[in-house]
Design a protein around this ligand. Structure first.
Ligand SMILES: Cc1cc2nc3c(=O)[nH]c(=O)nc-3n(C[C@H](O)[C@H](O)[C@H](O)COP(=O)(O)O)c2cc1C
Length: 200
């Protein structure tokens, strides 16, 4: 498992083993049940006041939605994401039906996307989120109304051999996964002061 996260203590395998590949099997298709499970996982995310301020555009490889979402990606992402089995655009609803702003729209939509991604890994699939796309192009292609903000596109499919990728993408695919150490992100007492994780 070369992509498994190197954690200081064990974390759930679903989280430790999740990673974002770019090599997807272009012959793989997602069953209806599997796709439904991804959407249900997102649907049941928590959200502030249970407003559920998210919408998702779901395209399967070969259909018109997939083509339009793929067409809105930046060139770098188009190079690899076309082989995913589905492309899902996550869109935040920034206002309630009565016009009241939803300040947590992006947070809540990200949470729903995280659940979708985790469910994908539970299904033996892989997911790769992307902010590299043109939101205006996506909005025009689908008639997304004002007040709805496209945040990310999520590629989901079956991971394939990195040898399928060109040299520069393959180098990224096989590079070690890295994170900042815990003490640089998790504080206690004062800003910048690391949480003391030694046993009391
Ligand atoms: C919101 C978001 C946007 C991202 N945008 C892109 C992108 O446009 N293209 C890309 O190749 N990867 C993109 N990524 C993937 C990240 O580069 C990747 O998650 C990060 O390097 C950590 O790797 P890991 O997911 O394998 O742990 C994005 C991830 C997130 C969460």
């Amino acid at each position: 498992m070369p992509h498994r996260a190197l954690t200081s203590v064990p974390v759930h395998p679903l989280l430790a083993e999740r990673w974002s590949p770019r090599s997807f099997d272009p012959a793989h298709t997602l069953g209806d049940g599997q796709l439904a499970s991804l959407l249900e996982a997102a649907r049941w995310a928590a959200s502030a006041f249970n407003v559920q301020p998210w919408r998702f555009l779901v395209g399967r490889r070969g259909d018109a939605t997939f083509k339009a979402v793929h067409g809105a990606l930046i060139g770098f992402n188009q190079r690899w994401a076309g082989d995913a089995s589905v492309l899902i655009a996550a869109v935040a609803a920034e206002f309630k039906a009565d016009g009241t702003p939803v300040p947590t729209a992006a947070y809540d939509t990200g949470l729903a996307a995280a659940q979708l991604t985790t469910q994908a890994h539970a299904e033996g699939l892989h997911a790769h989120q992307m902010s590299g796309f043109d939101p205006g192009r996506l909005a025009a292609a689908f008639g997304i109304p004002e007040g709805f903000r496209p945040l990310a596109v999520i590629a989901v499919g079956a991971v394939a051999d990195p040898e399928r990728l060109d040299d520069s993408l393959r180098a990224r695919e096989t590079a070690p996964r890295e994170r900042r150490p815990l003490e640089e992100s998790f504080f206690s007492g004062a800003w910048g002061e690391p949480v003391d994780l030694r046993p009391a």
